[in-house]
Design a protein around this ligand. Structure first.
Ligand code: GAL
Length: 665
């Protein structure tokens, strides 16, 4: 990451869609933004049809007027290239750029993002708009950063059309060089799938039965690369015509989004930005928020990142769109900052009156400013202003969790031992246990340098390359502690099983050998001799150097070890071969933390989250009370939110937050 926009303190704002409102409203908007303490807004994201109403005829004056007005009111602009959603004329003239599903159906325009990532026509038109935007606005005084497209891959990550097929073949030729290598990698000796010519190769379209798994995996990799390539094309225009202004595109590091390999995308950004939406049905949504925020920080290489979107209150796209409780808007926002965000932005500034998102909350609600949401928006502005000095500070953790998108894609392919294997299940379970214990985690790519960590978690790393396996083994050999969970180390990068017993990549490290998987029935639960229960997954495992920590007392594998521990070199390698219940996971994680010498940030009560960010001159303790009661947390320093001195402990009301500049004085 090379650049942060010229914005003071913690940036504050949101998506602003002035084209949905008459110009009289724009002035009111700018005044209200000032009242709320907004410092930056994202403009033009869905404006293509109004910026270029006919091919090659641009109407940019209205946007220039909006930018002038914002600038006069001291509001900076994160300017979109405007390419997220093509105008109707484009697909009318070029229906071939509409995306095609795996079943061959072409999707229609009328929603948004209806474009094929491989379409040369779309690429040409989008970079032309980006060029026009950069030529007109590069020197506008309000401009502080560029926002390429929007949530690339949100609705159109995979296109199966003939143009995409040709591009996929090009990608495969670059990856494999010759057809023999591809035939080996895809295991085409199976089911008579051997290819004799490149032209025979297609995307994994709907077939009579399971398509080739490596073809599916490579198509997932290709699709992420293809959109990243689109990002680069727009970014390069901006770098050329608007040098020195940082460029980003907003990621979707969220539980339900899996199509972009953000560890590959992160280094291509001048700064990483992310969108996060809570799942309103999840009572532990705040833990998922922390997970996503930490993963975003990992994708950003540990640097501060930009929260581009979250919701002031309800969204419009879940089955039941629950409004946020009083105080939640601020607590959610501060939680992102606690995990490394230096910007708090929302979708969107003013709630729409028309269109599919009219019931999505905005910072300015339909009901106006005499509202709970608006009062909280103004309060948040004051809070962010008060804690501005935390900008630029960083976090560090003693625990690393390894994450890999190829492992995720491969782990969730079809025809596996059970449909219950979901990649994120164990990462969330382990993270949740550490969150409850107040222990900080860095989420890093599976090939990251692990030497600085006391404990490394390797959940569901189904696909493991030789290099990753070697790096983890060497980390343990030199004294590290590692935990590997089931469905890890099973296949290589081509999704070929590692032979000789599971988990092939980690057998020696873990000192175990699994002969056969024994997945469980949907409601089946097994018991372990340490009192734990488990479900979904068991393995016929043999010890080959490891010790049994806990074994099954019932189920199909009575007496077989379920949790093992192996001294390896100067370190220790643990294996969990079943899906433990939440209490058992917590007990295991606290034992591991103790053995590895990992401590909570601050010892406190369940439901109270404490993180620390380190700045050049001071460190900052974030305390977030997610409980319904008053809590007392040990701390020393000054609460930046209230300005009050903190001596020995801070008392927080239910749902309240504090940011403490630490120090005794
Ligand atoms: C995001 C998107 C926004 C808006 C928002 C609603 O995914 O970037 O444009 O649609 O969701 O929650």
């Amino acid at each position: 990451m090379t650049a942060w926009p010229h914005l003071r303190g913690i940036a504050y704002g949101g998506d602003y869609n002035p084209e949905q409102w008459p110009p009289e409203t724009w002035l009111e908007d700018a005044r209200l933004m000032q009242e709320a303490g907004v410092t930056v807004v994202s403009v033009g994201i869905f404006s293509w049809a109004l910026l270029e109403p006919e091919p090659g005829r641009f109407e940019l004056d209205w946007l220039a007027g909006v930018m002038d007005l914002l600038h006069e009111h001291g509001i900076a602009v994160d300017l979109a290239t405007g390419t997220a959603s093509p105008p109707p004329w484009l697909s009318h003239q070029h229906p071939e750029l509409l995306p095609v599903r795996a079943d061959g159906a072409r999707l229609w325009p009328g929603g948004r993002q209806a474009w094929c990532p491989s379409s040369p026509v779309f690429r040409e038109r989008a970079t032309s708009l980006a060029t026009t935007m950069a030529e007109r606005f590069a020197n506008h005084p309000a401009l502080v950063m560029w926002h390429v497209s929007n949530e690339l891959g949100g609705h159109n990550a995979h296109c199966y059309c003939d143009v995409s097929a040709a591009s996929f073949r090009g990608w495969l030729q670059r990856r494999y060089g010759d057809l023999g290598a591809l035939n080996d990698a895809w295991g085409t000796a199976f089911w008579s799938q051997h290819y004799s010519a490149w032209e025979e190769i297609l995307p994994p379209r709907i077939a009579p039965t399971f398509p080739n798994p490596t073809q599916q995996l490579d198509f997932a990799r290709f699709s992420s690369d293809e959109l990243l390539d689109h990002f680069r094309a727009e970014r390069d225009v901006l770098h050329r015509l608007s040098p020195g202004v940082p460029v980003t595109t907003n990621f979707m590091v969220m539980k339900h989004v899996r199509d972009m390999d953000y560890f590959a995308w992160g280094p291509e950004q001048d700064l990483v930005s992310n969108d996060h939406y809570l799942d309103a049905s999840d009572p532990r949504g705040h833990v998922e928020l922390a997970f996503s925020a930490d993963l975003t920080r990992g994708v950003a290489g540990g640097q501060p990142w930009f929260l581009m979107e979250h919701s002031p209150s309800a969204v419009n796209w879940q089955p039941r769109n629950l409004a946020k409780a009083p105080g939640q808007l601020r607590r959610n926002s501060l939680q992102h900052v606690a995990h490394g965000a230096d910007a708090v932005c929302f979708f969107q500034w003013r709630a729409s009156r028309a269109g599919a998102e009219k019931y999505h909350s905005g910072l300015v609600p339909h009901a106006g400013t005499d509202t709970k949401v608006w009062r909280e928006v103004v309060e948040l502005g004051r809070t962010l202003e008060a804690i501005g000095e935390v900008a630029g500070s960083m976090s560090r953790a003693d625990v690393a969790m390894l994450v890999d998108w190829s492992a995720r894609w491969a782990a969730e392919l079809d025809s596996h031992p059970t449909v219950d294997l979901a990649y994120l299940d164990q990462p969330h379970a382990l993270y949740g246990a550490l969150w409850d214990a107040g222990i900080a985690v860095d989420m890093v790519h599976a090939d990251a340098d692990l030497s600085g960590y006391r404990l490394v978690l390797t959940p569901t790393l189904y696909l493991t390359t030789d290099a990753t396996a070697a790096s983890i083994a060497s980390y343990v050999e030199h004294g590290g502690h590692v935990l590997v969970t089931y469905w890890s180390g099973i296949v290589d990068e081509n999704d070929h099983v590692r032979l000789g017993g599971y988990p092939g990549a980690f057998r020696e490290l873990l000192g175990v050998r699994t002969e056969e998987f024994f997945p469980l029935r949907p409601s089946e639960r097994v018991h372990l001799d340490d009192g734990s229960t488990a479900d979904q997954w068991t393995e016929l495992l043999r010890l080959e150097g490891a010790q049994a920590v806990a074994s099954y007392v019932d189920g199909p594998l009575v007496g077989v070890p379920a949790i093992t521990r192996h001294a390896f070199g100067e370190g220790t390698a643990w294996y969990v071969a079943t899906r433990l219940d939440a209490d058992a996971t917590s007990r295991l994680m606290s034992r591991l933390a103790t053995e590895a010498g990992v401590a909570p940030v601050v010892k406190t009560v369940p439901g109270v989250e404490v993180t620390r960010r380190h700045g050049a001159a001071a460190s900052y303790l974030f305390v977030l009370n997610h409980t319904d009661g008053v809590v007392h947390v040990p701390a020393e320093g000054v609460d930046l939110v209230t300005g009050a001195g903190v001596r020995g402990k801070i008392t927080l009301e239910a749902g309240d937050i504090a940011v403490i500049r630490e120090g005794g004085g």
